[in-house]
Design a protein. Sequence first.
Length: 314
Amino acid sequence: MRFYLKNSKKEVKVPYTKIKLPNNGKKAFQVLMEALKIPMNEAQKLIDKKRLFCDGILIQEKNKILNGIIELIVYENHPKGIEIVFENEDFAVVEKPSGVLSHPNGRHCQYSLSDEIWHLWGKQACVAHRLDKETSGLILVTKNKQTQVEFKTMFEKRQIQKEYLALVQGEVKINFKIDANIDLAKNYNDVKTRMQICENGKRALTEFEALKFYPEHRCTLLLCKPQTGRQHQIRIHLHYAKHPILGDPLYGLEKEQIEAILDGKMNLEDRIKITGAKRLCLHAQTLKFNFKNDEFIIHSNAAIENEFLRVLKY
């Protein structure tokens, strides 16, 4: 059984399907634990997410005894193929394309990086951190729960260094850094992910190194080194420095323009006129960390400089 979302124009197929589970006459969470070989907390989360049905009726009580036809809504993978930059028994590093979500964000999401990760390494695998939808580049994937916990701690302790490449508006002649606090903007209603520079926000520090100036496009390639891990940190800091990232769909735009881009209602030619590029010109280039007494320095294989210049034109 496939699920379809109806609108006035067409039906949109989404990657969820119902699977049948064996009926053992036990409590709802026990049925899930035994059928899926998962711990109790994961079984309870599936019930909380309204994924479990018995004889077509939604099950919301974790201790309810189930007798009948038991069905579970699961995410159905539709992999398209992805580049694996590095892999060992504990984790992998892959190249996320621009325009792909790191994780499915509900039934309207037809494809995400999870389609690739779960296809390659199973449902126990997950991203250790996230990249914005339009940001491309390296993303770290853990293959098991223990590694997931270890990397989460490492990110919290700032033991994993990330470097990005960004193509920005204007000429940047010197290296610089921005030390400016960030918090969620309060004045954008429906645009809930927009951040702002504010005195009472969380501290955010980013170092920038000028790599190359393109006089024909009046833009500069920067190496960006975030020293803290705030949402949209590089994007808001470069906007604050008056060197916005080309193609940024959030910062420096009016609310109506932002919504048109995010909803896919603005054509590429207009987007280039407004933002300077077809996509956000930000790429996760390098990951550096120590794990199990080994040092890892992993670089992206993407020819991102050529990609950035290509998306400046219609």
